[in-house]
Design a protein around this ligand. Structure first.
Ligand code: ZN
Length: 856
């Protein structure tokens, strides 16, 4: 596919499509190797693009059998990306395009367009997959109602919208809501439904179905319950109601992404639908709840109002992630959810923003749009909306959202449209705020404090380091939530929102009796790095007294990080104060168990590598691993008694329930187990593995056994028990690699890659093994270079089969420049080997080039 270097697409080049579409009629005659797609599309000139224009349609890998305009045969000019009918050959005014093409879903391993998974047909069209189904203006600003007829022997035939008619071997669907082609979906298979219903607040009766393979019906209850709660929540909180008679969800085993919000027919990776206590962990249940909600929420933020072009991807994703975060916070503990979201943001988005792949929330160029489904667009996109809400207040936010839905329903919108509704609804000027969308990089916020005659002054300075293609960054609006606490532990200034707009800016607090301890960036009010040195005593004080749960956790986190980086960089271990503070927090029964579990979790090895890099040091993966292990063992020894007591106390009685309460108790109990396991020779883990009646405990116990270099028998038993269950066997692969000792990780991964169950063309299985290897920080970066080689060998093998997944997995190397010379030269050699692969996909080519471009 790579002849010359592929050309980028630029935001600045946008022009409206010269035609509008009145309606689309599609007929599918399904056959694995020769599916016929017959399309009939009504075009009319677009008044926004006056003049005569060629008809340009996207299309890739399609065999064109016939093409007609207004019933007359035409011969369009073909190229690798589509076809063109010259303006001169088109009628003036409206016309009808008809085409018949042939495609081979059974040979589609890229899982984009129409493909097959275990004998079932399904589609994935976002971002540009529809052009692999038929010739079409495959861009989000072309919206049309669709009518679809499916012909097949398979019993279940689904598409978007409402069912119209069906008979032996065929079914017809009609979607009245105009939509872009990326929201098209079709499913045909031998599937079983789990059904329920929902009555909207205006009284519309909606049939809900979750379609799975026969035998999986008993693992859909939680997904269905989550869907009904999400539908109700969107009515209550956003006033948004569902707009079709039926809502279908289909679970698919072979899927590149998590899930897809196709109008009325969501398609899900089966790992985000199927769950039972025996097969899914608490984390899986939580994720299912949030992704089911996310895809449902897209019905308004994404489907009814879509994106004008792919540069506006954050318009639908940032907003919908923000909405699903709000939903989870309402369903569970808001404090715990916020901490989890920030952990993810820092682990994925900060890492991206500080490396060669940094890009703005709204990028202005791309080669392959699939490479921009990133943590920056999704997670930082959500943070930007969270800040906007803080700045305009809850009421202003709701007013702006109401205006957004009213003004843009049925349209393909932009970030400018989005900000304009906030300006119009609240009267606020958002010109400076817009920089959060246009400028890449994570701002650094430093702070100075002065105390004089009862006046306490905080002076902040902001600075954003350069990112690829962007050197100069003007100051941004940063909402800084601050509270002040007296030395006796009382809060003297409750949470106050400071709006920083200058490069340097001071804020005064007057009339205070004594110098306060500041709690800055409460609730993580902005996605910035707060550079503030504090001593261990102050951090321990905040860990004990801060009224803001996020900052309370943050204080403990900073303590742990300071101890660990000291331990790793200088081999000194003043951990006493930290472990004591941790002990007090651990035994504080007034605190939510889930919160205590988060406090017990040490920063990851990758977090520590970043922290050392930020401090101007070269991170050594071996020393990071040893330092973190050493501190964990010290905690285990020093807190042995309370850990053992809480391990016993937090046992959850049967039956298993996945909701926040019992899940939090299990999280705390298993966090204690992870530490106790370092001194009890695996006795507790082995006992728990033997008696566990749920996957949360079973998988955690197995991980502990592998951590301790034990568990050979249990690994075998786990496999025997779950051999037929793909999702559980994914865990079996991942656990062994993720928890392997660093010097063994590459070997373990290599051995498992020869296992007959390593079905590497399945993205979940591939990620279970290779993703776990990349996540084993010390193992992946082992100085032998064996893991780098093994990893790239597999990327080279996967690329021709599935470019999208391959390209994504190159991000394992996005932090490569922070390591030492030996590791850097090994990684560079591997990346260059990948880049030099003949016929490398456009997806992987773009990613490797960007990552390699980082070397300074
Ligand atoms: Zn989404």
């Amino acid at each position: 596919m790579k002849d010359a270097a592929p050309q980028p697409t630029l935001l600045a080049d946008y022009t409206p499509y010269p035609f509008r579409i009145g309606g689309v009629d599609l007929t599918f005659r399904l056959a694995p190797k020769s599916t016929r797609v017959i399309a009939r599309i009504d075009f009319a000139p677009n008044p926004d693009r006056p003049g005569r224009h060629d008809l340009r349609l996207h299309g890739e890998g399609l065999k064109l059998m016939s093409a007609k305009i207004d019933g007359r045969k035409v011969k369009p000019a073909r190229d690798a990306e589509g076809l063109t009918v010259a303006a001169a050959a088109l009628p003036e005014g409206a016309f009808t395009w008809e085409a018949e093409v042939e495609i081979a879903p059974a040979r589609n391993t890229a899982l984009e367009g129409l493909y097959m998974s275990n004998g079932m047909y399904c589609t994935q069209c976002e971002a540009e997959g529809f052009r692999k189904i038929t010739f079409y203006p495959d861009r989000p600003d072309v919206m049309a109602p669709f009518r679809v007829r499916i012909e097949s022997d398979l019993p279940v035939l689904l598409s978007n919208g409402n069912p119209v008619a069906q008979g032996e071997g065929w079914a017809e669907w009609h979607d009245p809501w105009p939509k872009p082609s990326y929201l098209f979906a079709l499913v045909a298979g031998d599937l079983a439904a789990v059904s329920d219903s929902f009555t909207t607040r205006s009284g519309r009766e909606v049939a809900l179905n979750i379609w799975v393979r026969a035998g999986d019906e008993d693992r859909c209850a939680y997904a269905m319950d989550s869907l009904k709660r999400a539908m109700k929540w969107d009515e209550d909180v956003y006033g948004r109601e569902y707009d079709l008679d039926v809502f279908n969800i289909v679970a698919v085993d072979d899927f590149n992404m998590g899930a897809m919000e196709n109008k009325g027919l969501n398609i899900f990776n089966s790992r985000l639908v199927l769950a039972s206590p025996e097969t899914a962990t608490d984390g899986d249940f939580e994720r299912i709840e949030s992704v089911i909600a996310h895809e449902y929420f897209h019905n308004w933020t994404g489907n009814r109002i879509t994106c004008r072009d792919w540069f506006q991807l954050c318009l639908k994703e940032g907003l919908t992630v923000f909405r699903d975060q709000q939903f989870s916070a309402h369903m569970r503990s808001a404090a715990v959810k916020r901490i989890e979201d920030v952990l993810t943001l820092r682990a994925r988005q900060f890492r991206e923003d500080m490396g060669p792949l940094a890009h703005p929330v709204r990028p202005d160029r791309y080669i392959e749009i699939n490479n921009f489904y990133t943590a920056t667009v999704y997670e930082k996109g959500a943070e930007v909306i969270r800040m906007l809400k803080l700045l305009v207040g809850d009421e202003g936010y709701r007013k702006a959202l109401d205006l957004y839905f009213e003004r843009h329903d049925g349209q393909a919108a932009t970030i400018e449209d989005w900000l304009k509704v906030f300006e119009d609804a609240t009267g606020r000027d958002l010109a400076q705020f817009n920089r959060w969308y246009t400028d890449a990089g994570t701002p650094r916020l430093s702070v100075r404090e002065t105390w004089q005659d009862g006046t306490y002054t905080l002076t902040f300075a902001q600075h954003t380091p350069p990112t690829p293609g962007q050197d100069e960054k003007p100051p941004r609006v940063i909402p800084i939530a601050v509270g002040l606490i007296n030395p006796n532990g009382d809060e003297v200034v409750p949470t106050t929102l400071l709006e920083m707009t200058e490069a340097e800016q001071s804020f005064r607090f007057e009339g205070l009796a004594s110098r306060p301890v500041p709690s800055i960036l409460r609730g993580f009010s902005a996605p910035v790095v707060l550079e503030r040195q504090a001593d261990a005593a102050e951090r321990a004080f905040l860990l004990a007294h801060d009224t803001d749960p996020f900052n309370r956790w943050e204080a403990g986190r900073a303590l742990a990080r300071d101890v660990l980086t000291g331990l790793i960089a200088e081999e000194r271990a003043p951990a006493g104060e930290y472990v004591e503070a941790l002990g007090r927090m651990l035994t504080d029964e007034g605190l939510d168990p889930a919160f205590r579990a988060l406090c017990l979790r040490l920063p990851s090895e990758d977090d520590l590598a970043q922290a050392l890099h930020d401090a101007g040091l070269t991170p050594d993966p071996d020393r990071i691993h040893a330092g973190r292990e050493g501190l964990a063992t010290q905690i285990a020894r020093q807190l042995q008694k309370p850990l053992a007591a809480i391990f016993a106390q937090m046992e959850t009685p049967p039956p298993y329930r996945p909701d926040a309460g019992p899940a939090g108790r299990r999280a705390l109990r298993l966090a204690c187990l992870g530490l106790l396991n370092r001194t009890d020779h695996g006795t507790r883990a082995a006992a728990l593995f033997a008696q566990a009646d749920n996957m949360t405990e079973s998988a955690a116990a197995l991980a502990c056994l592998i951590d301790g270099g034990r568990g050979a028998r249990e690994i075998g038993a786990f496999y025997e028990r779950w051999q037929g269950n793909r999702l559980v066997i994914d865990k079996w692969f991942a656990l062994q690699v993720a928890h392997a000792a660093p010097e063994m990780a590459a070997q373990v991964a290599a051995r498992l890659s020869e296992h007959p169950d390593f079905e590497w063309k399945n993205p979940n299985r591939f990620r279970a093994l290779l993703g776990a290897l990349a996540a084993n920080h010390a193992g992946f970066h082992h100085i032998s270079g064996a893991a780098y080689r093994f990893y790239v060998d597999w990327l080279i093998r996967l690329d021709p089969v599935n470019p999208q997944t391959t390209a994504r997995m190159t991000t394992a190397f996005e932090t490569w420049t922070r390591y030492d010379g030996d590791r850097k030269s090994m990684i560079r050699a591997e990346l260059e080997r990948l880049a030099a692969t003949p016929e490398l996909s456009r997806d992987s080519f773009e990613m490797v080039s960007r990552i390699l471009g980082a070397d300074g």
